[in-house]
Design a protein around this ligand. Structure first.
Ligand code: PMP
Ligand code: GLN
Length: 383
């Protein structure tokens, strides 16, 4: 393995999922729903296979799906997107990886927030670029303006932004996004906005895409994924859109990583993107109720809980229960009470980031209510 990848040999999700399977624990570690997406979506993919959509689709994605993504962006956010400037990818993961590899030279710097989704650090390292992180601290998981400013330099090439934010559940406000955008513009940096949790924003608030802020569309690559919105994480259909020149650069890399993405899934996802608003509202409402269920369960078990504004993750602090080390707690939890979670500190590496996440663990709540209730009952045994 090349030296620059040495620190990234296995993902925490694989480790914790294996542990959960081995111990029979309820797996609230890796974030994946335990029910499949809308029946029409599943039927459409099966029908597409039967109808022969089984060979390479066009490299950038089927025209139908690229148009559906553009139409979705218009419907929900008023964004005008040319379907030619949409690139279909193998999940959001490939969109992010291709963007970083396409736009960052060795030695360039990428500003990102810490804790960060694990693939960010790995792909920045793969590109030979350097990570400049800004810590997000409990309880609100906002950033300090001085720390944000200090993360930018003459070498800043990109800001890799994720809102709603995994793992903290934070949703950046308009002023926060505007400040990030202002600094990106000042430094001539591209923003890659990972918005995979766009339809999981709670308490009546709406998702705010970075590309809708004044002056930001011209420097923003927006990323999302069918895996999250339609509860089909195993299908690995994502996309990225943005200014033609930037998308062309990302396409140049993507075509040699995977060339294209799952043929029969593309027409199915195109159809799902056009589902009526009731589908999207139902998803948000259902997850908000699940959030509340697990927040209550974790509080009753004795954790300090940071109620998330978005995503399907809850960050909780084990310190009140006597667990000061989240990494140890997450690895012991399946044996202790039959529930699996992931440590938040694995999404950090700077001294400030490690300090801010030391005793935190992350629980996923995209599970059936009965499963969440059973998990809450088991967690209550921790006291
Ligand atoms: N970004 C974030 C913030 C995520 O949480 C995830 C999924 N866990 C991804 C990207 C990857 O999405 P996909 O499965 O579509 O590759
Ligand atoms: N994105 C999911 C999470 O944060 C899982 C991703 C993965 O397994 N690589 O839990």
């Amino acid at each position: 393995l090349v030296e620059r990848m040495g620190a990234f040999t296995s993902t925490i999700f694989a480790e914790i999922t294996q542990l959960a399977v081995r111990t029979g624990a309820i797996n609230l570690g890796q974030g994946f729903p335990d029910t499949d997406g809308p029946p029409s979506l599943l039927a459409d993919a099966a029908a597409a296979i039967a109808a022969g959509a089984n060979q390479y689709p066009p490299g950038p994605g089927t025209p139908e799906l690229r148009s559906a993504v553009a139409e979705h962006q218009r419907r929900f956010y008023g964004l005008e997107v040319d379907p030619d400037d949409v690139l279909v990818t193998v999940g959001a993961t490939e969109a992010i990886a291709s963007a970083v590899l396409a736009l960052c030279e060795p030695g360039d710097e990428v500003v990102t927030f810490e804790p960060y989704y694990d693939s960010y650090a790995a792909v920045i390292a793969l590109a030979g670029a350097a990570r400049r992180t800004v810590p997000l601290r409990a309880p609100a998981f906002g950033f300090d303006d001085d720390e944000l400013r200090a993360a930018f330099s003459a070498r800043t090439r990109m800001v890799l932004l994720n809102s709603p934010h995994n793992p903290t559940g934070a949703v950046f406000s308009r002023p926060q996004l505007a400040r990030i955008g202002e600094l990106a513009a000042e430094h001539g940096a591209v923003v890659v906005a990972d918005e995979v949790y766009e339809h999981m924003v709670f308490d009546g608030k709406a998702h705010l895409p970075m590309a809708t802020l004044p002056g930001m569309a011209e420097r923003t690559l927006t990323v999302s994924s069918a895996g999250k919105t339609f509860s089909v994480t195993g299908w690995k259909i994502g996309w990225v859109h943005g200014p033609a020149q930037l998308v062309a650069a990302v396409r140049a890399v993507k075509q040699f990583l995977t060339f294209t993405a799952g043929a029969p899934f593309q027409p199915a996802v195109a159809g799902a993107l056009a589902l009526p608003n009731a589908f999207y509202a139902g998803l948000t409402a259902s997850l908000q109720a699940k959030r509340d269920l697990l927040v209550e369960g974790l509080r009753a078990a004795g954790f300090t809980v940071f109620r998330p504004s978005g995503t399907y993750f809850i960050v909780a602090d084990g310190a009140p229960l006597g667990f000061d080390d989240g990494a140890k707690l997450a690895r012991a939890l399946p044996e202790l009470c039959g529930v699996a979670a992931v440590p938040v500190s694995v999404f950090a590496d700077s001294p400030a980031g490690l300090e801010a996440t030391r005793s935190l663990v992350r629980f996923a709540f995209c599970k059936r209510d009965a499963v969440l209730a059973a998990a809450a009952e088991r967690l209550a045994g921790l006291r």
